[in-house]
Design a protein around this ligand. Sequence first.
Ligand code: ZN
Length: 288
Amino acid sequence: MPELPEVQALADFLRGRAVGLAVARVDVGAIHVLKTYDPPPSALAGSPVTGVLRHGKFLDLDVDGIHLITHLSRAGWLRWSEALPTAPLKPSGRGPVALRVHLEDGSGFDLTEAGTQKRLAVYVVTDPWTVPGIARLGVDVLSADFTPEVFARLLADAKGKRVKTVLTDQAVLAGVGNAYSDEVLWEVRCSPFTPCSSLTPEQVTLLFDALQTTLREAVARAEGLPAEGLKAEKKAGLSVHGRTGLPCPRCGDTVREISFADKSWQYCPTCQTGGQPLADRRLSRLLR
Ligand SMILES: [Zn+2]
């Protein structure tokens, strides 16, 4: 699932390729991804791409005042092509291509979604802030507004909520998802279940620094990579997330996971939970 660093890299990549080119045509391959109907995607045709922005984990293609906004969600991705097929897409929703944007020089990109859980969302709007997920975004971890004081206040406001839940709540912090929150908690040796109210001021400072460092390093690693290289780069840069059963790179203990119905968290018992593996909550709904 793309998080802040990958979406930032996609935005940077797309800005370099698409700005200045006019949109020639937009094909819809899966009508259900469209969450808005006015203006229609066809309204983008004929106008130039004037900017590419990121809002949290949302990617925003500004086409001269009309914004094509996407949330790639878990299994969505952007696939760039120097020469897109010109045959129209069939809007059957069966293929992986949900939306195809043709640019005037024959290049362009597909928004794709793998798997059966269809969560990729596309919005065509004149004002990005009318997208509900953008309107409720909290402070962006890479923005100047994200300061130690702001972070401490957000954690204080979260009271007894689990730190992992708060770090990944887009209404609190914009851009951090399951992978980078696992990484940051491992970095500061904190259990994902720690209530925010139990964090010491020192832990809050460490968490703040780890958020900045982890995300900035991931952005730096992803910089300049083509869209197709980002997934592998993200995976290669992770210490604990997605590494269940492998040795912790710091202490050598076995990385464990806590599984939920549709996601899992990874952590190192020695580094984060006093050497005790947490009970697998797969069968428990109490902690959802
Ligand atoms: Zn460890």
